[in-house]
Design a protein around this ligand. Structure first.
Ligand code: ATP
Ligand code: MG
Length: 418
């Protein structure tokens, strides 16, 4: 137990951390280019925020939340996703009174869901995400979708499928839900228990049920029942995506069946070797959410992207980035005086932005070389008493096994300029 991490969690080990860093770097870079600024919200919030913000008919709220009572008897929940916290912060900080739209992002934000651990499903995972408040035009829908595709592409994750859909607005959805219920009613006894419960409050989610969806292929689609405003929004979105040369497919089965999700919803998915599908990124418009959580009516839209799933796709495709060189130079010393000079030299190298280190384990000279080899260091700088007296060092190329002697002062300059 003691040396085993809790089920559904993963360590990020030093040999892999460069992959995370590179994902985060590309996220920050792409977001900055498009005018998005970072927001960080707490890892836990009042439980009620997620009940309202994610919706208490969702699996996330009904089954997957890490909820506990704190010492002050408040019900607290570890965040299962990033949107609700961002909306709460938007309202609490009166960001709605600033210049809108507010274009926000978060990078590698920890999320917690009590799910059955399996491939691609963790209990602590990490999301990149963007949220935009105060932009109702479909140009922003297209912008965030393009942003997601660019970030995935920058990380060697290509060949993804982009599926889009529109789930309408409270205006057109009311009549559609009636149509849908009329269609579902005679089939109700054949549906699973969860879907029977969804029939009244959230019938669109039934179309999303893995068990029941195959029986419902001729169900009326929201997409065919949009009001003029929603239909024109969807047309505009397709136009903007086309203008950016983004390929997409329309999938009328994507739903985010909550009242405050509106219009655009989308998923970015990839095939897995076992014939399944993996969703790497999902998002949508939530024009009713800010108001639902107590703020002024403000349109919103966002997506969440699973970092561990990005890593899975990199592994599947063999497109993981190579680790950068661990060190530019390793200093090997012999004797106390040389060691003093080595400490000084390493310090100067680091000061010039050169990645450098020396032995800290009191190893013999031979063992220092062996250690440098193990680290895969190409350049070893040798300081021994002979060299010290001459004011020089030996520079050893560990790959070609060549050596040259050069003045100590030149070494720092040489590495700093290389
Ligand atoms: P799924 O259909 O896979 O359950 P979801 O609809 O629950 O996904 P979202 O709430 O949209 O997922 O979260 C956005 C992204 O976060 C997902 O596309 C996925 O990449 C990632 N994600 C969601 N749940 C998990 C999990 N348990 N473990 C790892 N990544 C996850
Ligand atoms: Mg899920």
């Amino acid at each position: 137990m003691l040396t085993q991490a809790p089920k559904g969690t993963l360590d990020m080990l030093p040999q892999d951390s460069h992959r995370w860093q590179s994902i985060e770097r590309s996220m920050r870079k792409a977001c900055a280019l498009a005018g998005y600024r970072e927001i960080r919200t707490p890892i836990f919030e009042h439980t009620e925020l997620f009940q309202r913000g994610v919706g208490d008919t969702t699996d996330v709220v009904q089954k997957e939340m890490y909820t506990f009572e704190d010492k002050g008897n408040r019900s607290i929940t570890l965040k299962p996703e990033g949107t609700a916290g961002a909306v709460r912060a938007f309202i609490e900080s009166h960001m709605y009174a600033d210049a809108l739209p507010a274009k926000l992002y978060y990078s590698a934000c920890p999320c917690f869901r009590y799910e059955k651990p399996q491939s691609g499903r963790l209990r602590q995972f990490h999301q990149n995400g963007v949220e935009v408040f105060g932009a109702k035009d479909a140009s922003v829908d297209a912008e965030i979708i393009k942003l997601a595709m660019d970030i995935l592409k920058a990380n060697g994750i290509e060949g993804l499928k982009l599926n889009i859909n529109s789930i309408g607005c409270p205006n057109c959805r009311k009549a559609y839900l009636e149509k849908l219920r009329d269609y579902l009613l005679p089939k109700l006894p054949t549906l699973c228990k969860t879907c029977q419960e969804r029939f009244e409050r959230n019938p669109m989610r039934i179309l999303d049920c893995k068990e029941d969806a195959p029986k419902l292929t001729d169900a009326p689609a929201m997409l065919d029942n949009l009001c003029e405003d929603c239909a024109s929004h969807f047309e505009k979105l397709k136009g903007y995506l086309g203008a950016m040369n983004l390929q997409y497919a329309i999938d009328p089965r994507i739903v985010r069946g909550l009242d405050y999700y509106t219009k655009t919803v989308f998923e970015i998915i990839t095939d897995t070797p076992d014939g399944g599908e993996l969703t790497v990124c999902g998002g949508g418009r939530y024009d009713g959410l800010v108001e639902e959580l107590g703020g002024p009516a403000t349109p919103g839209i966002g997506w969440g992207m699973g970092i561990e799933r990005m890593l899975m796709v990199q592994d599947m495709r063999g497109t993981a980035p190579k680790a950068p060189d661990y060190l530019d130079a390793f200093v090997v010393t012999l004797g106390d005086e040389a060691r003093m000079a080595g400490v000084k030299l390493v310090n100067e190298l680091r000061g010039q932005g050169v990645k450098a280190d020396l032995d800290h384990a009191a190893r013999s000279m031979k063992a220092q070389f062996k250690y440098a080899n193990k680290l895969g260091v190409k350049n070893v700088i040798v300081i021994a008493s002979d060299e010290l007296q001459r004011g020089t060092v030996k520079l050893r190329d560990m790959v070609n096994s060549t050596e040259q002697e050069l003045p100590m002062e030149q070494v720092v300059e040489m590495f700093a300029n290389s």
